[in-house]
Ligand binder design. Structure first.
Ligand code: ZN
Length: 281
């Protein structure tokens, strides 16, 4: 059975781009008789964002979307992330790193999908593990797994290129897991068979596929959909005045009608669907 999920972070209110992503994930599951789940990616915040998470649920209900069971919270899964990280450490694949963003930027000689590629400064340095971030030795990991492929429903079969990112951070200095580790562990734990998300995360899948191989996790199929963009081609974001779904609801807009408009690719003036974004942070 197909299982999809919508996995917003409670960093701010949901806007039209989130609604589009939720509708895509919801409809792909419904069209194939599958399940649609809601996950709150809340490992970032120092304080509880419970209230915002509840608002997310209200927004989705307003759009006419329904999901199976209770929403899963990443903050309830910290032990699972730690366990995955410990397994990779036991395999000798993680190393501690204290480099700051500025230091990485200064030392980098290549650009990757997420910006400057970490040049492996601490790979053989045996830095103090206390308070460190933990990076994956991608070269060594690929020696274990050999070449990997993954399947995107739209783009077809892809050769996995986690090397494009360099040695990614899996355990952050300020959080028990990076997006790469948490999302991979969560999708496996939730039994997700079709991972849907915006095309801006297409390259991240190279890293996720590698983590699945290292951790012996099931391999889903992916569906990277287009992103709603403003006239300048930049992704919709609250900071640039995109009205939130809550704003629209308060203004009396009809939620299910909005969801139908998104399904039909009828977007408000100035907003369009881009299949890929380049250089967007
Ligand atoms: Zn370092």
């Amino acid at each position: 059975m197909i299982v999809t999920r919508f996995a917003p972070s409670p960093n701010g209110p949901l806007h039209l781009g989130h609604a589009y992503a939720a509708v895509v994930a919801h409809d792909l599951a419904r069209a194939r008789g599958g399940r649609f789940l809601l996950r709150i990616e809340d490992i970032d915040g120092e304080r509880s964002r419970e209230e915002l998470a509840e608002k997310f649920a209200s927004d989705l209900k307003w759009l006419g979307l329904t999901w199976g069971g209770e929403a899963v919270h990443q903050s309830a899964r910290l032990a699972t992330y730690a366990e995955a990280a410990e397994r990779l450490k036991a395999m000798g694949l993680l190393y501690p790193c204290h480099c700051t963003r500025a230091e990485v930027q200064a030392a980098a000689t290549a650009m990757g999908p997420d910006g400057p590629v970490y040049p492996g400064t601490c790979r053989h340095r045996a830095a103090d593990p206390a308070g460190a971030a933990w990076r994956l030795d991608v070269g060594q990991a690929l020696e274990i797994t050999g070449p990997l492929t993954w399947l995107d429903e739209i783009a077809g079969e892809q050769a996995a290129r986690p090397d494009l990112f360099g040695d990614v951070v899996l355990v952050r200095k300020d959080a028990p897991a990076s997006y790469h580790l948490a999302a991979t562990v969560d999708d496996a734990a939730d039994g997700i068979t079709l991972v849907t998300r915006g095309a801006d995360l297409f390259a991240a899948t190279h890293v996720h596929r590698l983590l699945q191989a290292l951790l012996g996790l099931p391999v889903p199929t992916w569906h990277h959909h287009g992103l709603l963009v403003e006239p300048d081609g930049r992704k919709l974001a609250k900071r640039r005045n995109a009205p939130s779904l809550a704003d629209r609801r308060r203004a009396g807009e009809d939620g299910p009608a909005l969801a139908d408009a998104l399904r039909a690719h009828r977007f408000p003036a100035g907003i369009s669907l881009a299949s890929s974004l380049h250089g967007e942070p």
